[in-house]
Ligand binder design. Sequence first.
Ligand SMILES: Nc1ncnc2c1ncn2[C@@H]1O[C@H](COP(=O)(O)OP(=O)(O)OP(=O)(O)O)[C@@H](O)[C@H]1O
Ligand SMILES: [Mg+2]
Length: 378
Amino acid sequence: MQPSPYTPGEIARAVPGRAHQLAELDERLSVLVDLRRLVGRIRVDHAARGFGKTSLLREYQRRAVLRGADTVWVTAGEPQGLIGQIVDELRRTADTDGTALGDKVDSVRLSLGVPGFASATGTFRPAAREDGNAPAGARAFEDVIRAATTERPLVILVDEIQSADAAGLRTLVYAWQHLQAEGADVPAAVFAAGLPNAPETIAEIVTFSERLAYRPLGALDSVAEEIALVGPARLLGVQWTQEAVSRALSIAQGYPYSVQLIADSAWTAAGRPDPGAVIDVVAVETGHRSMQADLEALFRARWSTCSSSERRMLTAMAGLGDGPTSRSSIAAALGTGTNQLSTPRARLIDKGLIQPADRGMLEFTIPGFATFVRSECA
Ligand SMILES: Nc1ncnc2c1ncn2[C@@H]1O[C@H](COP(=O)(O)OP(=O)(O)OP(=O)(O)O)[C@@H](O)[C@H]1O
Ligand SMILES: [Mg+2]
């Protein structure tokens, strides 16, 4: 009996299917480490819940460390604000006591403490150093970045960036804009991850959209899924039959969380196999039944956060099928106009449950959610 090597609900130990993202990361790390230059654009990988954003960001961090960079990790949305979180982490991880960096960190904290910092509103322009339009703390934060990169390059990782405070985001992006203009020789980079609404949320706050590179993180293709299923088992001397793999692929539909769920529950159904054993389609079918409960719990938790108008909209969409649906057909199904849909639509996008698709259509983000909604309302 061997414990499951799969990771439902945990950081993935490997991220198959993300070769493209990792190649882009490696290229940025070269700029940072080999050329010792600023990575001028803040990269944001975005996707709905369970698509592997945090796992990917952790892989970025691992690779940055391997290349000899210092890293700082924050999950945005805490009370001290994004910049406060970043400098607190720097303080915690770097030996800052009595150093130049320590002084700079203290000075950012001071400027963050200035009343009114969080109430900075509107947008700002690229500006010269003396420009009073710089968000409070931006200069001091820039100084922290300079001081933190004198010995080693620095990589800042921001998870859940859509939850960052407006003032913090503004300061970060402004500082990056300014560093790009003046300090391209500062070896620092920011990699972020967030929900699909991150681009829209950030665009409402900062004007330098060109400072951010948004990258949607998609479903896994079938080769990546197969690697995720078969690879960890093989390391433990266990094989999946081809039929079992095919069945698991059709269940998971490329959704990373479901890939881990079906693999994990098939592993359990196969009796947590010893080396030399096989996971067959019977184990996958048994596992499928037991994973339904987990998946339903996830769906039910999401559903319970929806208002009645959001639920009506989800129900109408689910009734139109699993694929993209047009706003007008959703409105028609509800017997209302498309204008009435704009509030629930925006809320559901913010929650990561639906997303805009091609040609003004809307679609569900998580495979299986439409089926859940249909059964819930049957
Ligand atoms: N490339 C991958 N291949 C296989 N499984 C993966 C991959 N990436 C992530 N996973 C698995 O998918 C699930 C979700 O991963 P993760 O928590 O990283 O997603 P997330 O997008 O950050 O989710 P959330 O929005 O809820 O924070 C986990 O069970 C993880 O082990
Ligand atoms: Mg996450």
